[in-house]
Design a protein around this ligand. Structure first.
Ligand SMILES: CC(C)(COP(=O)(O)OP(=O)(O)OC[C@H]1O[C@@H](n2cnc3c(N)ncnc32)[C@H](O)[C@@H]1OP(=O)(O)O)[C@@H](O)C(=O)NCCC(=O)NCCS
Length: 175
């Protein structure tokens, strides 16, 4: 049985440091966006799992802004924290900063919001502990997160994903 008493943001805040190597990048040395997405997904997963003490799945990546390029040889730190918690879903903000391996100023390269949902052994959503808000900034961010979550629900209901186009059947010989 999971303890459903409120948990503070700092309890689940998570970060990971990653050195960017040639296999992360194209032939010009620019790191692929997909490599960044993989790290974002993993650090968001750790934050959501720490908060909920449950297995979590990625429900959506609804916004990722790549602000500046990332290059091979840079060290990137991904920092994730919960901004909003619903019944079973958690919104996680992720900020990534890059800096040269040998030192130098770091700069903000990516910002993303990811929604993770806690699931039980049957894969169905389960309740998670609420977020205990400790500062005015956390309360403001939580209200903004609530609005974003409501907007996501409206979009999901009003704007279902498109179906892949189906190629017309080739003409049958002799017809
Ligand atoms: C995410 C998932 C568990 C939701 O299950 P569901 O039966 O649709 O659940 P519900 O409609 O009851 O929604 C449960 C919660 O998820 C949220 N949710 C569902 N789909 C969502 C989406 N696309 N984006 C954001 N939140 C979503 C709901 O808002 C709800 O939040 P709340 O409990 O805090 O109010 C289910 O769609 C799933 O398993 N998806 C695959 C996830 C996965 O495997 N990810 C890895 C990719 S390989």
């Amino acid at each position: 049985m999971i303890d459903l008493s409120p948990r503070i943001v700092l309890r689940s805040r998570s970060s990971v440091v990653r050195l960017m190597v040639p296999t992360d990048a194209n032939f010009m040395g620019n790191v692929f966006g997909g490599q960044m997405l993989m790290e974002i997904d993993k650090v968001a997963y750790v934050a959501a799992t720490r908060h909920s003490s449950r297995t979590c799945v990625t429900a959506s990546f609804d916004r990722v802004d790549f602000l500046r390029p990332v290059y091979v040889g840079q060290v990137v730190e991904f920092d994730a924290w919960l901004t909003y918690v619903g019944r079973s879903s958690m919104e996680i903000a992720i900020e990534a900063r890059a800096e040269p391996l040998l030192g130098g100023p770091s700069y903000h390269v990516v910002h993303a919001w990811v929604t993770m949902v806690a699931v039980g052994d049957d894969g169905l959503p389960v309740e998670v502990p609420p977020l205990q808000l400790a500062t005015e900034a956390e309360r403001t961010e939580f209200e903004a997160g609530r609005r974003r979550m409501e907007a996501r629900k409206r979009t999901r209901n009003a704007d279902p994903p498109p179906r892949a186009p189906v190629a017309p059947a080739p003409p049958v010989a002799g017809q």
